[in-house]
Design a protein around this ligand. Structure first.
Ligand SMILES: Nc1ncnc2c1ncn2[C@@H]1O[C@H](COP(=O)(O)OP(=O)(O)OP(=O)(O)O)[C@@H](O)[C@H]1O
Ligand SMILES: [Mg+2]
Length: 331
């Protein structure tokens, strides 16, 4: 809930809509053990949530299921509360079937993977314009013919992620961090309201990783874009995401403020890797341990970051100008 006070009037509670709702989701490949085991959580509009867990804990499976790229298991017949994923308060999939309306939800959802998914032979500008597919005439999109307005939109997005000067290079000629920033620019052009990123910084050096996370955090704060990001590096989860969901062997073992995660919980999550994880956390995010650390505020009840003056109003993501201000800070 977001509290607003009008001059001389009572406080009004404005409920944030639920953007992601995962209800009792299980997923098994073949006859193996469940990779996701009765997973439930919801994410409100404007949240930035980290998904953490050891390798093989089910992060990618969960993200692909939420994006409607992987069907979840069928549940017991008649149990509407189980095996359902809803996006934007509409069904994305249920009981092993992707909903017929999934296309519209996909167009509102940007998905970013560890491998950057640019078309290598196309220019960066065209790659970013491809974010308009689904909103532009199909024949123009498939021929790579975009209007001047669409190209301007793409240039502004590239400028925002510090990539304008690389617009005419081919996708394959960019560094990993540059490719990832171009992929993010594509989601801006898409007008995504929800961004789901699966280990977007796993292949990047620390400077590039920070830059990518800064951009995601900026999109969350200024545009109100809801972000769910899986991260192997927990120090980034602590630094950038007010809320963390932790998976272990396909089950949620923690869902709450990132700042409240304890060393014991990290060790339970990561087992033998625990020492490396804690070292990285303490080394790269020393402020995390200070009692006066400037951690993001958190409303425990709704898992919502408290809006502050940096929060821009949530944009209409269907508007071509959902993110009109070039951000020189990230350039
Ligand atoms: N298509 C598939 N067929 C069979 N098993 C799969 C398939 N995809 C994933 N799995 C298994 O599901 C489990 C979870 O995999 P997943 O990729 O979701 O883990 P993860 O948490 O993303 O791991 P990582 O941090 O290494 O990316 C693993 O044991 C994996 O082998
Ligand atoms: Mg993965």
């Amino acid at each position: 809930m977001q509290a607003c006070q009008l001059a001389g009037m009572n406080i009004i509670e404005i409920p944030h809509p639920t953007v992601v709702d995962v209800r009792g989701v299980s997923k098994r490949f073949g006859r193996g053990a469940p990779v996701l085991d009765d997973v439930s959580f919801s994410i409100k509009r404007g949240e930035m949530v980290a998904l953490i867990g050891a390798s093989g804990s089910g992060k990618s499976t969960l993200i692909r299921s939420i994006a409607g790229l992987l069907p979840i298991d069928r549940g017991a017949d008649g149990d509407a509360e189980k095996n359902a994923i809803r996006l934007f308060e509409r069904p994305m999939q249920r009981n092993g079937r992707i909903d017929g309306g999934a296309r519209e939800m996909r167009s509102r959802t940007g998905v970013i993977f560890q491998q950057f998914n640019l078309v290598p032979r196309l220019t960066v500008l065209t790659n970013v314009c491809l974010g308009r597919l689904g909103r532009t005439a199909a024949w123009r999109g498939t021929l790579g013919r975009f209007t001047m307005d669409e190209q301007m939109l793409a240039m502004r997005a590239l400028d925002r992620v510090g990539m304008a000067e690389h617009a005419l290079k081919r996708g394959c000629d960019l560094s990993g961090g540059q490719q990832q920033r171009a992929a993010i620019a594509r989601t801006l052009v898409q007008g995504a309201e929800l961004l789901i990123a699966d280990e977007p910084i796993a292949s990047l050096d620390p400077a590039s990783a920070r830059r990518v996370m800064d951009i995601l955090a900026d999109m969350n704060r200024r545009d109100g874009i809801t972000v769910l990001v899986s991260l192997h590096q927990v120090e980034y989860a602590l630094k950038y995401c007010p809320r963390t969901i932790a998976l272990k062997a396909g089950k949620i073992v923690y869902d709450g403020p990132s700042a409240a995660l304890t060393e014991a919980q990290f060790c339970n999550l990561y087992g033998a890797e625990c020492d490396d994880i804690l070292f990285a956390k303490n080394d790269l995010a020393p402020a995390w341990r200070r009692p006066d650390a400037d951690l993001p505020q958190f409303v425990a009840a709704g898992h919502l970051p408290v809006p502050d003056s940096r929060h821009a109003p949530v944009n209409d993501a269907h508007s071509a100008h959902a993110w009109p201000h070039a951000d020189r800070r990230t350039a």
